[in-house]
Write a protein that binds this ligand. Structure first.
Ligand code: FAD
Length: 397
């Protein structure tokens, strides 16, 4: 058996959270003291998938090779973690290797459970079914919207935590615009089935979104969770959570946001909380029992909306607290739950929601961000991707 490799800091996941922390730490620590375990040779900028589905952005602009974005000074291990052993400060991988660490940072994302809706797995891109929730499928959404000739257009938001809570409805607003441009909107019924009891968690933005829904003539069904797709008849089955019954809905096109859950290797680990998320203190981002262990991003227990924007604020906190620990100091950097959701409400229109753990708006700009603005749409489409590739991933923003 190979001897275990040791890193001062071992990072699990080379996505948004893992690489944002890796770049910050690799600038401060000796060369090759930071290891990043990441199975994929591709790195994605997922927030643009909404605009890919809306036909406004090319999918190829959302991907880079993992090697190209790996920070200099960090070592990429192309493998996947299968087990954690916090008593031995070690992890096991799919390739059967063991890695040990002084500090562990986990940012392994969220599992997208395509197989938890009967009839969904393997059928995206056919029979009017589409989804923005993967690199492979996002282009199917635009193909579906473009070839739609009218009828029932359905959009779903599951009753589980998801990444980017606004994404399931943003694509509906773009589709509504696209249908109007193509002259098919007046022969179309648009329905939004959402597991939550409200359109958005923060009242200020919910109010603005309900005005958009009313203006566009969309039908919203709260507390409904998609469970099954019958491809032969184009009929979707939803659980009506409030009345504990099933209802059926015909579709001509259906955009599905699948249920999501903690990655199984985290759920079954000693680090998980009761719900299966990687348990960390909501302010220091450190595990409550194993103090040399941190987590951030979608896989974490942080009770805020799961977004890349949240990670932009979490990564500096993890880096600062971990470096303080190395110096023998206490972790004093505290995360306030900041997250942001750029709510695209049409082509050239966006409400920029920004808020904290208390669901209080925490806005960047000196104007009312609950108003739809073209400037904010341009920010999402052109500025935020550059900030991501050149700023956040490089540990600069
Ligand atoms: P990821 O970036 O998903 O990275 C997780 C990494 O862990 C992956 O590279 C994966 O391969 C790796 N991994 C998985 N299992 C293992 C393992 N066993 N061992 C090692 N590595 C593993 N955010 C916004 O801020 N604004 C938006 O407008 C926005 N819109 C979105 C729209 C869509 C359609 C989607 C899908 C997402 C959107 N997001 C948005 C959310 C944002 O992309 C995520 O919240 C963010 O990427 C999460 O970062 P992460 O590091 O936690 O996970």
């Amino acid at each position: 058996m190979d001897p275990a490799r040791h890193f001062q800091v071992l990072i699990v996941g080379g996505g948004s959270g893992g690489l944002s922390v890796a770049s910050r730490l690799s600038k401060k620590l000796r060369h090759n003291q930071v290891g990043v375990i990441e199975p994929s040779d591709k790195h994605y900028y997922q927030p643009l998938w909404t605009l890919v589905g809306g036909g406004a952005v090319n999918i190829n602009s959302t991907v880079r090779s993992e090697a190209a974005v790996m920070p200099r000074g960090a070592e990429w291990i192309r493998d996947a973690v299968t087990e954690f052993d916090p008593e031995k400060n070690s992890v096991r991988t799919k390739a059967g290797r063991t890695y040990t660490y002084d500090f562990l940072v986990v940012a392994a994302g969220i599992s997208v459970d395509w197989d938890k809706v009967k009839g969904l797995a393997g059928n995206v891109g056919r029979e009017g079914i589409c989804s923005n929730y993967s690199f492979e499928y996002a282009p199917t959404t635009w193909r579906t919207i473009q070839s739609f000739k009218g009828g029932d257009a359905i959009f779903t938001h599951p009753a589980t935590p998801i990444k980017c809570g606004g994404a399931p409805q943003k694509i509906m607003y773009l589709a509504d615009d696209a249908f109007r441009q193509r002259g098919v909107r007046d022969k179309t019924n648009i329905h939004f089935y959402i597991g939550d009891p409200a359109i958005f968690k923060v009242e200020k933005y919910a109010k603005a979104l309900l005005e958009v829904v009313a203006r566009k003539g969309l039908q919203v069904h709260y507390r409904h969770n998609l469970t099954e797709l019958h491809l032969d008849k184009h009929v979707a089955v939803f659980q009506d959570l409030a009345r504990d019954r099933e209802i059926v809905q015909h579709w001509d096109m259906i955009h599905v946001t699948p249920p999501m859950s903690p990655p199984p290797f985290i759920k079954s680990s000693p680090f998980a909380n009761e719900a299966g998320w990687f348990n960390v203190d909501k302010n220091t981002l450190r595990h409550p029992k194993w103090h040399n262990v941190y987590a951030l991003g979608d896989c974490s227990s942080l009770p805020t909306s799961k977004t890349g924007a949240a990670i932009r604020k979490q990564a500096p906190i993890v880096a600062a607290n971990l470096l303080a620990h190395i110096r023998g100091d206490q972790p004093t950097a505290l995360y306030d739950g900041y997250t942001s959701c750029p709510l695209v409400t049409g082509y050239g229109k966006l409400i920029l929601a920004e808020f904290d753990y208390d669901l209080k708006p925490k806005e960047t700009f000196p104007f009312d961000q609950s108003k739809e603005r073209k400037s904010m749409y341009l920010l999402k489409k052109h500025v935020l991707p550059v900030l991501y590739w050149k700023g956040m991933l490089k540990g600069r923003a």
